[in-house]
Structures are given as structure tokens and as C-alpha cells.
Design a protein around this ligand. Structure first.
Ligand code: ATP
Length: 134
């Protein structure tokens, strides 16, 4: 069976490089897509969520924040702001980020940017969720 290569790039560098992907699932703004070797070339915008990859010896979840995936016949390029494999997520850090974001959102005296806090909350909830999927 032909496999796909996967390269996930963030502003901090390359996170996950592998050549043995049988199936990758992406959460795009238009819904979930599953991609196997030979998929029609496409580009899709990714939501805060996860990338799931299946390979011969198992599968892996990677938490991602907003970005794009470019699908080519034999190659997946993911460009996202952040990406953390589920087993590298610091859950305590995400819980702290979650309570910080919640207190910004709930504190009416606070002039902080509520939309920014809502996105931070979404990232934190996503990391907590993905850490539990591994
Ligand atoms: P925090 O307030 O904890 O920094 P954040 O959502 O503001 O959370 P980001 O700006 O999304 O953080 O990410 C900054 C960097 O820290 C990225 O490299 C990201 O991969 C990493 N990161 C953020 N939260 C976690 C976490 N809980 N576990 C592992 N890495 C994390």
C-alpha cells in the first residue's frame, strides 16, 4: 500500500515528519476530511482541533491551532500556528491557560480583548481534549 508523507510546520519549526501515513484526518472549516494516498490535490483551512494519523503500527493525535493543509497525491503539508502531539501536551499548563482565559471573559471590569481570550480558551480546551485521546 502506498503511503503519504506528512510534514507539520509551525513558526517554531517542523513538528512532525513522517513518511508512513496510511490515513490522515483533518478538522477543516468545511468539516472533517480523511485523506489517503492518491487524494485529489486540495488546500483546506484548519480549525483549532486535531490531526489524526494512522500508520502501520498505530495512530497518533496532534493538537493544532488554526492554519492550512495542502494535500498532494503523496504528500501532506500542514502549516499551523501551533502543533503538539497528544503525548507532549502539558495538561496542567492548558488548565492554567483555561482558567486565565475564563477569568478574562468573566471579568467585566477587565478591558482585555474578549475575542482573544475566547480563542485562548478554545486552544486550552482543545489541548485538554486531545491529551485525553491518546
Ligand atoms: P499558554 O498561555 O499556556 O502559553 P497559549 O494558548 O497562549 O497557552 P500558544 O500561543 O498557542 O499558547 O502556544 C505557544 C507555544 O507553546 C507553542 O509552541 C505551543 O505549541 C506551546 N504550547 C502551548 N500550550 C501548550 C501545552 N499545554 N502543552 C505543550 N505545549 C504548549
Amino acid at each position: 500500500m502506498n503511503t503519504l508523507s506528512l510534514n507539520i510546520v509551525t513558526p517554531n519549526g517542523s513538528v512532525n515528519n513522517r513518511e508512513d501515513v496510511n490515513l490522515a484526518v483533518f478538522q477543516t472549516t468545511a468539516g472533517e476530511i480523511g485523506v489517503m494516498y492518491g487524494h485529489i490535490p486540495t488546500v483546506a483551512a484548519l480549525e483549532i482541533g486535531y490531526v489524526k494519523i494512522n500508520f502501520d503500527n498505530g495512530s497518533e493525535y496532534i493538537a493544532v491551532s488554526e492554519g492550512f493543509v495542502e494535500v498532494r497525491q503523496d504528500k501532506l503539508s500542514v502549516i499551523v500556528q501551533t502543533a503538539e502531539p497528544a503525548n507532549e501536551i502539558d495538561v496542567a499548563r492548558a488548565e492554567l491557560a483555561k482558567s486565565r482565559a475564563e477569568s478574562h471573559i468573566n471579568n467585566e471590569e477587565d478591558n482585555s480583548d474578549v475575542n482573544r481570550a475566547k480563542r485562548a480558551l478554545e486552544r486550552a480546551n482543545n489541548r485538554i481534549r486531545v491529551a485525553n485521546l491518546q
